[in-house]
Design a binder for this molecule. Structure first.
Ligand code: PLP
Length: 371
């Protein structure tokens, strides 16, 4: 398989560990191992101290899948497979699709949600939002269905726009899929990061027999370094096929990562609530900041997740704006083209503690350079 460069990841590779300030990251600050262990009960601490660094169960340890299973209904541990999130996505697309199949996915989007299916040779239709409010209308999705549609890919809370669906809109998506007998792959990496006043959606695998849910510790938990993700689906045959594919990739998960993930998931509220509080505070700070620069930015506050897609009212392309900004100030932002969207937007990430300091630096730069 030939696959195009993952532009977003290459841009992060270039700047993430050298830029002084990260204004576009979708993950929250990483918690320390000590933060996780400080929540552990006696049995969990024993797991950690007795940990042996051999191979682990390829589907994910029983204890880990039991911890994950508490977040899903109607399912047993055979319905759960643990691997790194990007790997799971790659496996799922390869198991579910063949060249020539028609797939509906979203745009703008996290690149792997359209690039992997493109590399497989699928025909793609894009479900696009209304740019005045980033609303994805399920009626538009319905119009994209074809006779050979083999998969619908959705992502809510949405990266990068922060868009979310109401429960009745999600039900509409399921109705469209069920009527046409199409599986839905639901990337729920930002699950539970509800920062507006909308109702939290259930995992798709709870409500649709052909729903496939992806979640992990990277975003909602602030633990991207664990590399723990999981797919949950009611279809046990699919789960077996995914597991067989994994034997050609990572084979099994990191043993320390599994134990820390068990503890984190068992005590999820502590970590997720901390992140929600920080994101809400930073959304407020950014709203105030934009009021000072109404001629430069148009900001639609996110409904959920940790990011927003902000319009630049400037003459130069977004890539040029981001490149100059990182070169001159050390502030990293990600331009829209990294999400397959060729307009003047940048992603803003709200998960960092030093957000107000970064805005202070950005304010200085804008006043000196764009006024
Ligand atoms: C929507 C979405 N899905 C999947 C991933 C992959 O997560 P990870 O980087 O932890 O593999 C990301 C990461 O940014 C994402 O935004």
């Amino acid at each position: 398989m030939k696959i195009n460069e993952f532009k977003l990841e290459r841009y992060f590779a270039k700047h993430e560990f050298t830029a002084r300030h990260l204004l576009s990251s979708s993950d929250c600050d990483g918690f320390a191992v000590q933060d996780i262990l400080s929540q552990a009960n006696k049995e969990e601490l024993e797991l950690w101290s007795n940990l042996k660094l051999g191979y682990t169960e390829s589907e994910g340890s029983t204890l880990l899948r039991e911890a994950i299973g508490k977040h899903y209904q109607k399912l047993s541990k055979e319905n759960i497979l643990v691997a790194s999130p990007g790997e799971l996505h790659f496996m799922a697309m390869n198991v579910l699709l063949n060249a020539g199949d028609h797939v509906i996915t979203m745009l703008p989007a996290y690149q792997s949600l359209y690039e992997v299916v493109r590399a497989i040779g699928c025909e793609i239709s894009y479900w696009k939002p209304d740019p005045t409010n980033w609303h994805f209308n399920p009626d538009d999705l319905g119009k994209l269905v074809q006779k050979n549609t083999k998969l619908i890919i959705i992502n809510f809370p949405h990266n990068p726009t922060g868009s979310y669906l109401t429960r009745s809109e999600l039900n509409k998506v399921v109705d469209i899929a069920r009527k046409n007998n199409i599986p839905v792959y639901s990337d729920e990496m930002y699950h539970k990061l509800i920062t507006g006043n909308m109702e939290e959606l259930p995992p798709l695998s709870n409500i649709y027999e052909k729903g496939i849910s992806l979640w992990g510790t990277s975003k909602s938990f602030g633990m991207a370094g664990l590399r723990t993700g999981w797919i949950v689906a009611q279809d046990k045959k699919l789960m077996q096929e995914l597991l067989s594919f994994k034997d050609y990739l990572s084979i099994c998960n990191s043993a320390p990562g599994e134990i820390l993930s068990i503890i984190a998931i068992n005590h999820y509220e502590k970590f997720i609530n901390h992140n929600i509080k920080k994101i809400k505070r930073n959304i407020h700070l950014f709203s105030e900041f934009v009021k000072k620069h109404p001629d430069l930015f148009q900001f639609i506050p996110p409904k959920a997740g940790s990011t927003a897609f902000v319009k630049l009212k400037i003459a130069s392309p977004a890539l040029e704006f981001s490149n100059k900004l990182v070169e001159q100030t050390g502030i990293m932002t990600v331009p829209a083209e990294m999400f397959g969207y060729d307009e003047k937007y940048i992603r803003i990430g709200f998960g960092r503690e030093n957000f107000s300091e970064i805005l202070h630096e950005l304010n200085k730069y804008l006043n000196n350079n764009l006024r």
